[in-house]
Design a protein around this ligand. Structure first.
Ligand code: SF4
Ligand code: SF4
Length: 444
């Protein structure tokens, strides 16, 4: 019996090195882990990594996933060699899915043609329209990068490359959910979107310094970012704000875009409802999403590239062995085993599962440690999704597409409008919010 588990490995061919200096990007500080390094995965290591990856995977589907820093800095020839090596080492029947996460500023015609030829799924970092994007996504000189990213995106579109927009949600764009969503949907024509909350964890000693960012500009004073502390630095999204952000987008999506626009947070919630966990953050356990650094070091997770979570190096131990280490299994099981009672008794536990351990630095109302900093937003969001999610899950079980939820929502909207019309302005709103109708759905 093959007891190997499928796993996902994010690979950093240039380590933490990036051509940009986005102010919230704590990963820039990880350069300090490798003083004197040239931050270039060499060809021998590339060969070893791909051979081990393809050998270690039990099933037919294998992801070859590039990330950074900015992985395109390693050069197109490196990626061409990677595809040749995959062709050399893949077993019959192995299906390869290439992905790359990029800031998009270096994408030209040649890159886009390459991505199309090899069916790459390209994750592109965009934080919304120009003013929102340029708030934190800067060049080393401090200039906005919106025009460069849009030029890269245009190449990808012209070549018909599959693109997944990754928008970070921080304190400066979180109050504009619909402006961002509509920009992606209507102006970019994007169909796959991810909204990732920025939580910059800090201690009392590092919280002020975090405001200066994590890039080279402050190389002399910046600390190494590690998952420590019980504070969230200034650019972090407020928990309630994050919940409102997702709810506003969901309310628009569920009325017109189901089946045509795919938002990761909504897909993941629906998956959880039917027992299919698509994202580690909201799965009961984790530990199957590891990182390979440019020199062969393997870490437990992209958010834990720090000395205590280094598992070994693939030049000394095979990748399959590192992935299966008892301490890595314990890392993943701890996600469930350290949940505070507040989560274990929560009415949306099956959708949330306590979120990512990296963000669990708050205290529960009963005083227990380990509550997710984003709890307030998660709880509001998952509760809000309830009825629509139930309906979509029912459609899936009946073998129908979940898009029928748009008609169902229109029917519920009409019923609510009629009920509101029959309700006095000072009476409780029939939506069940507990607020007076005049302050809720009856507001002028
Ligand atoms: S620590 Fe968080 S991001 Fe890392 S694998 Fe676990 S849930 Fe996923
Ligand atoms: S919503 Fe809050 S209490 Fe509920 S499982 Fe998530 S983090 Fe825990």
């Amino acid at each position: 019996m093959d007891t190997r588990r499928p796993f996902h490995l994010l690979v950093k061919p240039t380590g933490a090195v990036c051509n940009l200096d986005c102010s919230y990007c704590f990963f820039l500080s990880k350069e300090q882990l490798y003083p004197g390094s040239d931050f270039r995965m060499d060809d021998a290591l590339l060969d070893r990594y791909l051979r081990q990856l393809l050998e270690a995977h039990p099933g037919p589907e294998v992801a070859v996933a590039w990330q950074g820093g900015e992985p395109t800095l390693r050069g197109l020839d490196f990626f061409r060699r990677s595809v040749e090596l995959v062709e050399r080492y893949r077993r019959p029947g192995q299906d390869i899915q290439y992905t790359i996460q990029t800031n998009g500023t270096r994408i030209d015609d040649a890159w886009a043609a390459f991505f199309k030829e090899h069916r790459f799924l390209v994750g592109l970092s965009v934080d919304g329209p120009r003013d929102l994007h340029d708030r934190h996504r800067h060049t080393k000189g401090g200039a906005g990068t919106f025009d460069q990213v849009m030029a890269g995106y245009a190449h990808l579109v012209r070549h018909g490359v599959d693109v997944n927009i990754l928008c970070t949600v921080h304190s400066d764009n979180a109050d504009e959910p619909l402006r961002s969503y509509r920009f992606f949907r209507d102006e970019l024509g994007a169909r796959h979107l991810q909204f990732i909350p920025v939580v910059e964890r800090a201690t009392a000693a590092t919280v002020e310094g975090a405001a200066a960012g994590w890039g080279e500009g402050r190389a002399a004073t910046r600390p190494l970012y590690v998952q420590q502390g019980d504070q969230a630095a200034g650019r972090s999204v407020d928990p309630a704000q994050y919940g409102r952000f997702l709810i506003a987008i969901f309310d628009e999506w569920v009325r017109r875009d189901v089946g045509t626009v795919f938002v990761q947070a909504f897909d993941v919630a629906l998956g959880n409802r039917v027992g299919q966990f698509a994202l580690c953050v909201h799965a009961p356990t984790c530990g199957d999403a590891l990182v390979l650094e440019h020199n062969g070091d393997v870490y437990s997770c992209d958010h834990y590239v720090e000395p205590d979570h280094r598992l070994g190096n693939i030049t000394q131990s095979p990748l399959a062995e590192l992935v299966a280490l008892p301490r890595q299994r314990a890392f993943g099981q701890a996600k469930r085993d350290t949940l505070p009672a507040h989560c274990r008794e929560c009415d949306v536990l099956e959708l949330c599962h306590g979120g990512c351990p990296k963000d669990r630095f708050d205290t529960t109302p009963a005083g227990d440690p380990g509550l997710n900093h984003l709890c307030e937003g998660y709880r509001a969001f998952f509760r809000h999704l309830g009825p629509a999610l139930d309906f979509m899950a029912g459609e899936l079980r009946a073998g129908r597409p979940p898009a029928g939820v748009m008609e169902e929502t229109a029917r519920r909207d009409a019923a609510l409008r009629e009920a509101v019309a029959r309700t006095g302005r000072n009476e409780s709103c029939p939506c069940g919010s507990g607020r007076k109708t005049k302050h809720c759905h009856g507001a002028a």
